[in-house]
Design a protein around this ligand. Structure first.
Ligand SMILES: [Zn+2]
Length: 231
């Protein structure tokens, strides 16, 4: 896919995340261009978010320097810089602040997979403990270290970071992290937790890695949600 097509697709993701309530006054998304040493990120500052187009993207290098675009990178752009720089599988990175994912971290609820979608994250999701914005290079490094090779990071009292090797995968991880958190919070309210077995979690991971990208759950979830934004 050409760079311009990828940027347009990222803006489709921006609209979906806005409609689904993930991107609000805060939050940002970014996309690394394959083979290049820079990435695009949705600009910071006040905005409606739902009307973003490719003109709202800022180009940033792996040292965090702005290379082009009209606006400024968001205050927490270091989250994206660090992950694009260090992780091959971080083509698309999302940082948002969804209610149930944050609630888990402040209610002392530890992630365990309860559903097959939740099993897509494996057995554990790391929690970044400092309840503060990630702004400096040191904070960015410490956040990326805590995230390790996980597709998702919970940030106590703050939000989440999710990523994928494609825009579709990053969207899937963002959507199902919040859904998994909602299941967990409600299961705790009901008072009975039945986590998935190690075998079932591994089956889910094997299934995801073996699917043709065109018919994978990532593609299905993307197509369904993209259609929803148009109807
Ligand atoms: Zn934040």
């Amino acid at each position: 896919m050409e760079e311009s097509e990828l940027k347009s697709k990222l803006m489709v993701m921006s609209r979906i995340l806005y409609k689904e309530g993930f991107l609000d006054s805060f939050g940002h998304i970014s996309l690394r261009i394959p083979g290049k040493d820079y990435y695009y990120i949705s600009r910071g500052g006040p905005s409606g978010k739902g009307d973003f187009d490719t003109g709202d993207l800022v180009c940033v290098d792996f040292n965090g320097n702005k290379l082009g675009g009209d606006g400024k990178p968001p205050m927490e752009a270091i989250i994206h810089t660090e992950l694009h720089r260090t992780r091959e599988d971080a083509m698309c990175v999302v940082h948002v602040h969804p209610y149930y994912s944050i609630l888990m971290t402040v209610a002392g609820i530890k992630f365990v997979p309860l559903t097959i979608q939740a099993a897509s994250f494996g057995r554990e999701i790391p929690v970044y403990d400092p309840a503060e914005l990630v702004i400096t290079g040191e904070e960015g490094k410490s956040m990326a270290e805590k995230m390790g090779s996980s597709k998702a990071l919970l940030m106590r009292g703050h939000g989440v970071v999710t990523l994928g090797a494609s825009i579709e995968e990053a969207y899937y991880m963002t959507y199902y992290l919040e859904e998994s958190a909602r299941f967990l919070v409600d299961a705790h309210r009901l008072g009975n937790i039945i986590p998935m077995s190690d075998r079932d979690v591994q089956k889910r991971l094997d299934y995801l890695s073996s699917r043709d990208p065109k018919v994978s759950p990532y593609a299905k979830v993307w197509t369904y949600h993209e259609f929803k934004t148009r109807t």
